[in-house]
Design a protein around this ligand. Structure first.
Ligand code: 0A1
Ligand code: ZN
Length: 886
């Protein structure tokens, strides 16, 4: 995409009266400009003559006037980089069409017509991976959000729902498997070694859910019988002859569990006779929920103990579930326009989070989800790219597939669930699905269904949809006689375009502990819905310890002055596992904040570290804890989260203090960490929670020891690497070795590469571990790896493996020389012409400059300005850079 070209008219803008008259289109699409499309397209027939170099597409659209829209004779068919070979109206070829930038406009006189358009596209030349593209000899599609218009001319907007019939033909040798949405209707042999297949999807859908796959594939097959007795044929396709088929078992089991769970927990039954998944190596995102034909990044399908970590197993389960759940939250009820993206994404993320919590440890899952929220979404919400979960304007919609829309979106719906309770929440969901089945709905529709179905008044709650920024809740506890007063106030910070904010309803679960007995009198739900409020409790003869935002009921930052002793108490005794984790984090965050600010004397620093060591010792010794939870309690707050606590962060100082604390803790607890490693190493490999927990703490112990006693850690990590019979242990050991400087590092890196060369996902890990390492020469390593024969800019997984790992590695990215920033800017400039969507994702790390100390901030801004000055940036990158400099 080139921003210099005429951008398409935003969907929903009033159509021009005269198709022959060219108009300049505004570049910003605004939510308030939404208008229904003047034409309905009840049926579409697509015919593909497939080829990697060239694919010919004929589209026949049955169109009729949409009585719900303002009438217009002009039919705008969106296009992107395509030209019509011919156009027919009611079976007769016509020249009565014009191009408006990339779009094709036709003026139609009657109520209903048939419109046919032929195009030719070049899948092998499609490096953007949007529309129809080639990946390792197969053809596949990605149409969300606006990729369908790269295949054929169409009203490429989610509120135009059509029934699709797809015929495709191609070389039977190159493409033995031909797939599309819905059910296979017929297939047969053609001339010259070709064959064909026809698919029909009975469910009306928007164009973004269209999919086609053609290739030499093999499948794992299974069946699922739905609650009403419908037998569904399940298949997971991978490239033939790669060995990948054996790695699809976990994905299939996850799919079956997800189908069952959605019936039991949300009452949602699958609605087609087949459900197909295809894994592709070249994919911009994680996966895509095309109706009946999900397309996945191989990363979220393939798993076996030799090549996938425990984290990878969880990710496969979560993403498989996420895409499957979209069948209802996204497909059966879709979005009216892209501003409503969180309607399907926030809701579906919540659904996949609840599913994963039910499949494993609820507490650990919550901690992991909150870690992502704080590590990725909070920084987004406090930076130049902040936007509400329902944005008001965009230039390139791909830039709004964000942690805010997805993860904060899920938190917002989770709050409704907290307010209503699970049973009433379910009633709200049922009403939403019943009322809007088959429709393109809005966030407002969802809120209304929740109000009526769950019996909530969400008038003020709607602010969570319109206001960006992470609310900050300040808490002060006063104890007087036997009375406890909690004084709460909230502040929603200013964000781009939103200088003034209103108070929002913030549901906080709290408990007051008696530090003597270690007990509390029951959890309470407070809702802070004013700028300030006080909550009074009687009958507390001595000052209690406050546990607040238990379970992380609200996506807010809490500010309170808590004595260290309270945090130590909660870290050891809180009966809410999330709150216990939170106390541990808070203990470290408070200490590191003070240490970084330079306000601690040597003595105070030692005291702070000793308190943390004491709390960690208790965690290590606590026999009531399982290792999965123990592993969470051992993880230090991330660099990103710590930076977030400071108005202006000095990455060097934060990194230095954080590592110094880790070294100190490792020295203080060396015996404990060695013993933990030994105990955990004795647990044999399995996928049981116990064995997974053992693997988690094993590598955690090494991470600490690497800082406190590198020589010992090197020995232990090398031994763990050699003894490993699974990727979790092997990757954990290699990660630690990659940050050390001894000879074992090189041995292990060479061994790892030789062992797994040819397995792209594992080679990605090899790139990532080096780019994310604590090694002092990490930037030189990244430069060398960029020249490695296995590195390519055309595969998004590989690009992310090297450069995103570096961009989120503070020691590398924030190197005081500015080299990390320059390297990311160079990457963006190189990648942008090939794959703008992926290139634009690298802008955000540079966009943090306002919150970074001045010397680095200048270097970051200079990098952004260099990108901005490039002659023909994509719309994607251009938008992100301008917002970041703004
Ligand atoms: N709807 C998908 C996300 C997705 C969005 C855009 C894509 O195109 C590059 C691909 C996938 C999901 O939420 O899983
Ligand atoms: Zn999704």
């Amino acid at each position: 995409m080139d921003i210099a070209r005429t951008p398409s008219t935003p969907d929903g803008n009033p159509e021009m009266a005269d198709a022959a008259h060219e108009i300049a289109s505004p570049v910003e699409v605004r939510r308030e400009d939404y208008r229904p499309f003047p034409w309905a397209v009840p049926q579409v027939a697509l015919d593909f003559t497939l080829g990697l170099e060239e694919t010919q597409v004929t589209a026949r659209l049955d169109v009729r006037r949409n009585p719900a829209a303002e009438a217009s004779p002009v039919l705008r068919l969106n296009g992107d980089g395509i030209t019509p070979l011919w156009v027919k109206v009611d079976s007769a070829e016509t020249t009565g069409w014009v191009m408006d930038g990339p779009d094709l406009l036709l003026t139609l006189p009657g109520e209903a017509h048939s419109v046919e358009v032929a195009t030719a596209i070049a899948p092998a030349a499609n490096t953007q991976l949007m529309g129809l593209y080639a990946s390792n000899g197969m053809l596949c599609t990605q149409c969300e959000a606006e990729g369908f218009r790269r295949i054929t001319f169409f009203p490429d907007r989610p509120d135009v729902l059509s029934t699709y019939t797809v015929r495709m033909s191609g070389d039977a040798g190159a493409f033995p498997v031909l797939l599309s949405n819905g059910n296979l209707v017929s297939s047969g042999k053609g001339e010259g070694g070709t064959h064909w297949a026809e698919w029909h999807d009975p469910w009306p859908k928007p164009s973004y859910l269209f999919a086609l796959v053609a290739g030499d594939l093999e499948a794992r097959r299974d069946t699922f019988t739905t609650c009403s007795g419908r037998k569904v044929e399940l298949a997971i396709f991978v490239r033939r002859g790669t060995g990948d088929l054996e790695r699809t078992g976990h994905a299939m089991e996850s799919l079956i569990r997800a189908m069952k769970w959605d019936e039991e927990v949300f009452g949602r039954e699958y609605d087609l006779d087949v459900f197909n998944i295809v894994a592709v190596s070249d994919f911009n995102m994680g996966a895509m929920e095309n109706k009946g034909l999900n397309i996945f990044n191989t990363r979220y399908v393939l798993a076996d103990p030799e090549t996938a970590t425990d984290g990878d197993y969880d990710a496969v389960e979560g993403v498989i579930a996420h895409e499957y759940f979209h069948n209802w939250s996204g497909n059966r009820v879709t979005c009216r326009d892209w501003f409503q993206l969180s309607l399907k994404e926030g809701f579906t993320v919540l659904r996949d989070q609840l599913f994963s919590a039910d499949m494993g440890s609820e507490a650990v899952k919550r901690i992991e989800d909150v870690r992502v929220l704080r590590g990725v979404q909070f920084p987004e919400d406090s930076g130049p790219l902040a936007h509400p979960i329902r944005p008001d304007a965009y230039r390139e919609i791909s830039n709004f597939y964000t942690a805010t829309v997805y993860n904060k979106g899920a938190e917002v719906i989770r709050m409704m669930r907290v307010l209503a309770g699970p049973e009433r929440f379910r009633k709200g969901c049922d009403l939403y699905f019943a009322r809007h089945d088959g429709e393109a709905a809005t966030c407002e529709d969802f809120i209304r269904a929740m109000e009526e179905g769950a019996g909530l008044d969400l008038t003020q709650f709607r602010l969570w949809y319109s206001q960006a920024g992470t609310p900050r809740v300040t808490i002060r506890m006063a104890h007087d006689g036997d009375k406890v007063a909690l004084h709460l106030s909230q502040n929603v910070p200013a964000t781009p375009g939103q200088p003034d904010k209103q108070p929002m309803p913030i549901p906080l679960k709290v408990a007051l502990f008696d530090p003597q007995t270690g007990a509390h009198r029951g959890e309470q739900l407070l809702v802070l819905d004013k700028a300030e409020d006080s909550f009074i409790y009687q009958g507390y003869a001595s000052r209690p310890v406050l546990s607040v935002n238990r379970g992380f009921t609200a996506p807010v930052a809490i500010a309170q002055d808590v004595p260290t002793s309270d945090l130590v108490f909660l870290a050891a005794h809180d009966d809410d596992p999330f709150a216990r984790y939170e106390a541990m984090q808070e203990l470290v965050v408070t200490h590191l904040k003070e240490a970084v600010s330079g306000s601690l004397s040597d003595e105070q620093r030692d005291e702070g570290r000793a308190a943390i060591a004491g709390a960690l010792r208790a965690v290590l010794a606590d026999e009531r804890l399982d290792d999965l939870m123990r592993g969470e309690l051992l993880i230090l707050p991330s660099h990103a989260y710590l930076s977030e606590q400071m108005l202006v962060a000095d990455p060097g100082a934060i990194h230095g203090e954080r590592q110094a604390l880790r070294a100190d803790l490792a020295r203080a607890l060396e015996g404990e960490f060695v013993a933990l490693h030994e105990r955990a190493s004795a647990v044999p490999y399995s996928l049981s929670p116990q064995a997974r927990g053992a693997r988690k703490v094993k590598t955690q112990a090494l991470i600490y020891l690497a800082e406190g006693n590198p020589a010992l850690a090197e020995k232990m990590a090398a031994a763990q690497y050699r003894a490993a019979d699974n990727m979790t242990d092997r990757q954990g050991a290699l990660m630690v070795l990659a940050g050390l400087q001894g000879p074992e590092r090189t041995h292990a890196l060479i061994d790892f590469y030789n062992r797994y060369r040819g397995n792209a996902l594992v080679v990605d890990k090899w790139f990532s571990l080096q780019a994310g390492s604590l090694h002092p020469q990490v930037l030189d390593h990244v430069k060398a790896l960029a020249e490695h024969p296995d590195f390519t800019l055309t595969n998004p997984n590989r690009v992310r493996a090297l450069y995103m790992a570096m961009a989120v590695n503070p020691a590398a990215f924030h190197d005081a020389s500015g080299e990390g920033y320059r390297m990311v800017a160079d990457l963006i400039l190189q990648l942008d012409p090939l794959n703008p969507q992926t290139a634009a994702r690298f802008v955000a790390p540079l966009g943090r400059w306002r919150r970074i100390e001045p010397q680095r901030a200048n270097l970051m801004r200079a990098a952004l300005e260099r990108i901005a000055a490039a002659p023909s940036l994509s719309r994607d990158t251009h938008e992100q850079v301008i917002r970041s400099l703004g």
